[in-house]
Ligand binder design. Structure first.
Ligand code: AGP
Length: 606
């Protein structure tokens, strides 16, 4: 949720820290700050809002120093302002933190009783004063291990010390933290994306570990202060360092990239010679699996809901779906024959990771479907199916959603075939249809004009509904989420068949309602539901697929027809107009499309 960077170097670090903070802003942007150490003095600078504000102040300050830390914040404790911005410092140490210290109130009481003065409302500040307290009597490693032991909750930390001229310390429990190796300098970062412009050699800390970095030395320690060895990973350096290119926003670019990213995903998994789907070293016999549980948050959860329909059609396995933040606290009955699948673009979502961790503690079979293959969820799952859609920067997930659905669909196809639930002919035909999907998406992306004409009505309305049945229901939920998170308008996704059980009371004259009614098995029923809302004054935007049959209904406000495909693939196509509706609605409102208010790209706290 917050972003951390640290650098220890043979040259001044403030500019490089600011540059890295820009790459981390997608993790949070309520406030930003930097601290450097020079001539045994800690220099600290903070600003509310974006990194730009920090940089403006930086130009007027003298942020000297060859070791420093930086932070972009998504507020958890204490309002977003200068005082609560990180770093937090005493006259001994300066700290940046990502995570939540759950026992900060008790620790603060103890430290105040020891004479420590707190400036902020944050939980983080207790770390500063604990370290300061222990350093009065203990040497460095002991002070660090004692401090970390006192903390309950999650943290990724970057720390500099007034009396340690070129030392940078990192520590991790529950929130990701990576070490990067450079020429005459070394780095700390919340994720590899922040470090990629400086190095592709990365080591990830695991929970309970901490590290001591100097410009020419890196040491790792376990929670007891014992030195340990860690692997150095070489990241794929062909990952383009993204910029928006000709697009106004990352989200616009990522929507338009979907034909390419789907083609990449299909190429990664479809064996064209044998007309087969290759899930590589799947570590289990299909006979060992009788049920599958799909787990995710937000858009990833919607991909799981979508996959349930596919898996039910393609396999005889029992399929359940759960929201990660609910699953992690349930009284789950773990069975050896259940495969738990964790879907996550970032691979760092705290709730999804906690659900995975719970499964690992119960020796369950786990599989990750992620976009960031170096992520914690990927690293700690038994098996990984990467999405391969490249870094997704826009906070509102688009190409990763279609990528998640693609991997899930191919997984359902493959398991259904392995389980002999679908025959070879159907299997091969569905693979052939799947290969047409990128072109169908390209065609559907052209539905721009009508979408732009309807956004004004959505923007003026006090709320809207998105309705669908069967396959279209999860897509209705996703369309509503997109509109909510981008244009801050209330929008509700609902099963079309459920409207008569209460929500129909919401419908009033002129209310915009999106009805997803492709010509699938639910079409006629959904059209009936559509007529029910039209009869009560709704302005219906009907999204269906091209067909020679007319839609038999009057007073439809607008109709958008997506391309036609086999029914399995319609959910991909129906999503496109909904992504664009949310995008153009936010554009018309002049909102920040890539960084919507109150949100962050990777939710690494509960
Ligand atoms: C999607 O538009 C949202 N930004 C959000 O719901 C996101 O899908 C959710 O936080 C899960 O993130 P993950 O896929 O990285 O785990």
């Amino acid at each position: 949720m917050c972003g951390i960077i640290g650098i220890t170097s043979n040259k001044s670090v403030s500019a490089a820290i600011i540059n890295s903070l820009r790459k981390l802003e997608y993790r949070g942007y309520d406030s930003a700050g930097i601290a450097t150490l020079s001539n045994n003095e800690i220099f600290e600078l903070k600003a509310e809002g974006r990194v730009d504000n920090l940089e403006k102040n930086l130009s007027i300050s003298n942020m000297k120093g060859n070791v420093g830390i930086g932070h972009v914040r998504w507020a958890t404790h204490g309002i977003p302002n200068n005082i609560n911005a990180h770093p937090h410092s005493s006259d001994t140490v300066s700290v940046v933190h990502n995570g939540i210290i759950e026992n900060s109130t008790i620790l603060k009481k103890f430290l105040v009783s020891k004479g420590h003065n707190f400036k902020s409302q944050t939980d983080t500040e207790v770390i500063v004063h604990l370290l300061t307290e222990y350093l009065k009597t203990d040497e460095l490693i002991v002070a660090i291990t004692k401090t970390l032991k006192q903390l309950h909750g999650s943290f990724a930390l970057g720390i500099i010390f007034k009396k340690q001229p070129d030392l940078l310390v990192g520590a991790r429990r529950g929130s990701p933290l990576a070490v990067g190796y450079g020429p005459n300098e070394n780095y700390l970062g919340s994720d590899s994306y922040a470090l990629k412009s400086m190095t592709n050699k990365i080591t990830y800390l695991d929970d309970g570990e901490f590290c001591l970095l100097k410009k020419d030395q890196v040491e790792f320690f376990n929670a007891y202060g014992k030195k340990i060895n860690k692997k150095v990973l070489e990241l794929s350096s062909n990952e383009a360092i993204y910029d928006k290119g000709d697009f106004k926003h990352f989200m616009a670019k990522e929507i338009e990239e979907q034909p390419i990213t789907l083609k990449n995903g299909i190429r990664e998994y479809v064996d064209n010679i044998n007309n087969d789907i290759n899930i590589y070293n799947f570590p289990w016999q299909i006979s060992e699996i009788s049920s599958i549980m799909l787990i995710g948050c937000g858009t990833a959860y919607h991909a799981c809901l979508m996959a349930k329909y596919w898996f039910e059609n393609l396999t005889s396995l029992d399929i359940t779906v759960d929201i990660a933040s609910e699953f992690r606290y349930r009284k789950n009955k773990f069975k050896p024959s259940t495969l738990y699948v964790f879907v996550s673009q970032s691979g760092e979502t705290a709730d999804t990771y906690a659900a995975l961790d719970l499964c690992n503690k119960n020796n369950a079979k786990t599989c990750a479907i992620v976009n960031v293959i170096e992520s914690s969820i990927a690293r700690d799952s038994n098996f990984v199916l990467p999405i391969h859609c490249g870094p997704e920067i826009g906070v509102a997930s688009t190409k990763a959603f279609l990528g998640q659905m693609l991997i899930l669909y191919m997984m359902g196809l493959k398991l259904g075939f392995m389980n002999k639930d679908i025959n070879k002919i159907d299997y091969v035909n569905k693979i052939k249809d799947l290969k047409k999907l990128p072109e169908l998406i390209s065609q559907t992306l052209l539905t721009d004009d009508k979408i732009q004409t309807v956004t004004a009505t959505f923007n003026k309305a006090k709320g809207s509904m998105f309705l669908g049945r069967g396959f279209s229901y999860p897509i209705a939920l996703e369309g509503a989420l997109k509109l909510k998170e981008l244009s801050y308008i209330h929008a509700e996704g609902y099963p079309a068949g459920e409207m008569k059980h209460g929500p129909l009371a919401l419908i009033e004259n002129g209310m915009p309602v999106v009805v997803l009614a492709p010509r699938d098995d639910y079409y006629k029923k959904t059209i009936s539901n559509m007529q029910e809302v039209i009869a009560r004054g709704a302005k219906v935007l009907l999204i269906t697929n091209k067909s020679k049959d007319e839609v038999f209904s009057e007073n439809i406000w607008e109709t958008i027809e997506v391309e036609t495909s086999n029914n399995d693939l319609l959910p991909f196509l129906l999503t496109i107009p909904l992504q664009k509706l949310a995008y153009y609605s936010a554009l018309k409102k002049g909102y920040d499309i890539d960084k919507p208010r109150n949100l962050a790209k990777s939710v690494t706290v509960e």
